[in-house]
Write a protein that binds this ligand. Structure first.
Ligand code: MLT
Length: 431
């Protein structure tokens, strides 16, 4: 609708006809023309591999302006949330749509605390998995299995059940992740401690007595909290879109989130921070020669890629990467010995940003560029990096699943295709 109250439209002309399509405008002036009637009226579909130009829904949760490098959750700039809020406040904000009052936040945190234990059978199941299996596979399996242990919270049509599934997922995901890690290193699991807050409890269940105390311990907990906030939502990214697609069939919340975890596991999505660390290690093995490495990246014949740079949506700095860089500095400054990979990352960033080859292609550091070095400094193995991303992204997945469920415009996701296979042919006779 325009300011004068008139409905705005787009004219689509094609051989043999024309269509008038509604033009919709979002809160921030973004425009989308609606094509949902096109097949019925014109007999045509739109083709958009990877959905790079397709809005699959209307959403009130997260706003990104990729050209300006803006990210907001429920209207609040990510920088303000990073500085002023805790991860649990951000969970509340994303899921319920507003920041909690102090009493509401306490109630929310207490509810999660009292639901942090795993059902006994699930602990046995996690312990039975092979030690060397990837933690993301185990995480997705465990989350899927929550619907078997908690059949009283799998009905999407019952708001009380949806609330229960929401609480259980948020409460138990860190416990599941920590147990997977402890099993992978052959150490006994550590039960949740209700006297600790959400992030401290996760770090305690993960590292136990190996967790640093005092100032460094506090810094690690603050860093973890901040990283979870920065990963909490990113509108229709691959895993969130997956959660929505699965949820659109009225699958329960556990199964939908489990699908999202599998989507996140892919190296092009959540696995990218692991790839950055591997790239830095490769550069170190090349004797730290950044010019030689960047020359390889620019060489069309070589398969070398500058990992952690560029983003499908951001054509400017990823605002999360700025927050993370400052954090990385704080953590690594406190290390006893300088971290070679972090130093390499800083120099690589400087060189790439000073090189028009990368800036002309709008390749700027993204959220993954510095996260790996921070996680490593905190003591996490690379295989756990994507699990940490999943713990951060969980409130976003839940918020989108719930928003979609409440939206009367929701239909089961069922894209069309442009068939390009053989035309009808005769079936070969068999002797
Ligand atoms: C994310 O946070 O999910 C990633 O930056 C990927 C994306 O948004 O497409």
């Amino acid at each position: 609708m325009s300011d004068d109250g008139k409905e705005r439209t787009v004219e689509l002309r094609y051989d043999g006809g024309a269509q008038t399509l509604p033009l919709l405008t979002g809160t921030e002036g973004d425009q989308a023309f609606e094509v949902k009637t096109l097949l019925g009226t014109a007999g045509m579909v739109t083709l958009d591999p990877g959905f790079g130009n397709t809005a699959s829904c209307k959403s009130e949760i997260t706003y990104i302006d990729g050209a300006a490098g803006i990210l907001r959750y429920r209207g609040y700039p990510i920088q303000d949330l990073a500085q002023g809020s805790s991860f649990l406040e951000v969970c509340y904000l994303l899921i319920k749509g507003r920041l909690p009052e102090a009493a509401e936040l306490k109630e929310f945190a207490d509810e999660l605390r009292s639901n942090a234990e795993l059902p006994e059978g699930m602990a046995d199941m996690l312990d039975a998995f092979p030690r060397n299996a990837h933690p993301m596979t185990l995480l997705a399996s465990a989350v899927n299995t929550l619907s078997a242990f908690y059949a009283d919270s799998v009905n999407p049509q019952d708001p009380a059940q949806v609330d229960l599934a929401t609480t259980r997922l948020l409460a138990k995901l860190p416990t599941i992740a920590a147990r997977i890690y402890r099993n992978s290193i052959g150490e006994a699991p550590i039960a949740p401690d209700p006297s600790l807050d959400y992030v401290e409890n996760f770090l305690n269940m993960t590292f136990g007595s190996a967790k640093p105390e005092g100032e460094v311990g506090e810094l690690f907990a603050k860093a973890m909290d901040l990283l979870l906030i920065l990963h909490a939502d990113h509108e229709q990214n691959c895993s969130t879109a997956t959660v929505r697609v699965v949820g659109s069939s009225q699958a329960d919340l556990y199964g939908s989130v489990s699908a999202g975890i599998n989507a996140l596991f892919g190296p092009l999505h959540g696995g990218a921070n692991q790839a950055v660390l591997e790239m830095l290690e490769q550069i170190r093995e090349m004797g730290g020669d950044l010019d030689a490495f960047l020359a390889q990246v620019k060489d069309r014949e070589s398969k070398t890629r500058l990992m952690g740079f560029g983003h499908r949506v951001y054509k400017n700095f990823d605002p999360r990467s700025r927050e993370i860089k400052g954090l990385a500095r704080q953590i690594l400054d406190r290390q006893e010995r300088p971290d070679e990979l972090f130093e390499l990352a800083l120099k690589l960033e400087d060189k790439a940003l000073a090189d028009s080859y990368f800036t002309e292609r709008k390749l700027y550091p993204n959220v993954d560029f510095f996260t790996g070095v921070i996680y490593r400094a905190m003591g996490f193995p690379t295989s756990m990096f994507t699990v940490l991303f999943a713990i951060g992204r969980l409130p976003g997945w839940i918020a989108h699943w719930r928003e979609q469920l409440a939206d009367p415009a929701t239909r089961i996701s069922r894209p069309r295709q442009l068939y390009i296979g053989p035309g009808e042919r005769s079936y070969p006779g068999r002797a």
